[in-house]
Design a protein around this ligand. Sequence first.
Ligand code: 5GP
Length: 193
Amino acid sequence: MKILEERILKDGAVRPGNVLKVDCFLNHQMDISLFQEMGKEWKRLFEGVNINKILTIEASGIGIASIVSTYFGNVPVVFAKKSESLNVDGEVYRTKVESFTKKRVYDVFVSKKYLSPDDHILIIDDFLANGAALNGLIDLVTSAGATVEGIGIAIEKGFQPGGDLIRSKGVHLESLAIVDKLDAETGEIAFRH
Ligand code: 5GP
């Protein structure tokens, strides 16, 4: 998606450890017009797919998923929670995710009330790196007996194994920008086309 790539080149910064910092438009300050363009693009890419719910993971996925929902008939957005909360009552589906940016393993969960076998899920997230976050989300959907109809990722880091891992499961994955190279010394960012 050209406007996303252009925005990454304009405002993204490469950090050591293969980290792309895009927090001025994607995961701290959020550019809603850009999210709307992303929503339109995923709607086009998933045209005709039956989707009745969007699943994402806190925190960065929530803003994107909420805007994207408006292009899919305002379907409910459920986000997997990372921290225990007294507000979550009843039983939960739970799985473990290894964080790429924080280098630790944490539990994520969704209340059983919000995922059911009738659900046709579009998973949305900001980044795909090693695929741990997506694997966790797919695991939650599968535990509920629901169906993953597709996955929309804003930025896939194509030099990390997550994309191949997820595609090898036969899931329809659409990444709007695939970064094939990040160079922290020169600041170079190269895309796959
Ligand atoms: P994975 O689980 O695929 O290894 O990593 C995905 C998660 O790690 C995303 O939800 C995102 O929050 C975070 N992440 C991975 N790589 C990057 C990166 O280069 N930049 C930023 N800002 N977040 C990243």
